[in-house]
Design a protein around this ligand. Sequence first.
Ligand code: NAD
Ligand code: MG
Length: 374
Amino acid sequence: MGVALLGATGSIGNSTLRVLERQRDRFVPVALTANGNVAALAEQVARIAPAYVGLVQACPEAPAHWKRGAECLVEAATHPLADIVVNAVVGAAGLPATLAALRAGKRVALANKETLVMAGEIVTSTAREHGGSLVPVDSEHSAILQCLAGREPHDVRRLILTASGGPFRTWASDRINAATVADALKHPTWQMGSKITIDSATLANKALEVIEAHHLFGVPYDRIEVVVHPQSIIHSFVEFVDGSVLAQLGVPSMELPILYALTWPERVPDTGVPSFDPVGVGALTFESVRHDDFPMLALGIRAGRLGGAAPAVYNAANEQAVALFLDGRLGFAGIPRRVAAAVRDLASLPAGSLETLLAADAAARAHVLAGTED
Ligand code: NAD
Ligand code: MG
């Protein structure tokens, strides 16, 4: 099967290539794209020789035969040799490619959760109408998909998503509010790109995942819960109507959910990830979320429940606020303040079409940039 990999140079992109290189008999990488990291993309292209290479940013040093500009994402996603599109782009920029791949009837292995948060109804209805399939790469959603295997929505009582709690899980609130970029980038259990690492520190990531779970599995918000599980070994739970609970476990490596997204509903032999050692893993513990100290979680779930433009506003405001934080232009405590102000002022913008959602996304970014709350 041909695989197009969008966001090849990122954390998920590199993990995906490791999986694909182990599974050469089954999968052929046919298209790779990156944003602007020419050196990293060139190294991958030399190793893999894909039929299509695309670079979003204009970089003079890029080889002439590489495709340029944001359109390369859609071109790669609809490449005739691609059966599966792994969307590992970060942020709302991944949306057109997800929609184009689903319209072309392809399987989208989706890491790019922002796509579902921003336009969940449009993405899921596009998949239904055109025969494309949407398979999660996110470890929590992969866990739920694995626990649900063969079950109907009416069999499910609750989804319980696990959260590592991030680097500030045990910090006092004053210390969290004064956290630096270096503090927030030190994730205890996962090695990831910088945007999702900050989202894990604020718990915005878990809000995005609750919205993602709502759209992927059709479960209402009042039946999706979050529990802190610092070891990141249990990737999520499903409670069924009879009271039984299934969980999926594994070492914290994204290579496991990536492989499952490629082969679902089948499983294939793979030995790339160290074998599970229950004694080595030690005690597994659970805690409640400290909502007062991590307001981004409840704010995001509220935006999800509000629906309409609210999730797109929350997502775009968060992307912009995180970019300002990473740039040293906004304090850590400023992230929830700016995002809350954007959701308060813009949640009722029109949201009936892709155009109106893109307008809400742009308005939310402008609102955060113009904000004065730190
Ligand atoms: P990353 O920053 O490491 O990589 C992002 C990739 O996207 C890079 O290849 C970059 O070139 C490309 N990219 C960035 N901006 C782009 C743009 N505007 N247009 C086109 N391409 C662009 O990020 P990551 O950690 O690999 O995360 C990717 C996605 O996967 C995110 O949506 C994240 O939430 C999700 N995810 C990541 C992990 C993880 O372990 N890293 C786990 C679950 C979900
Ligand atoms: Mg996750």
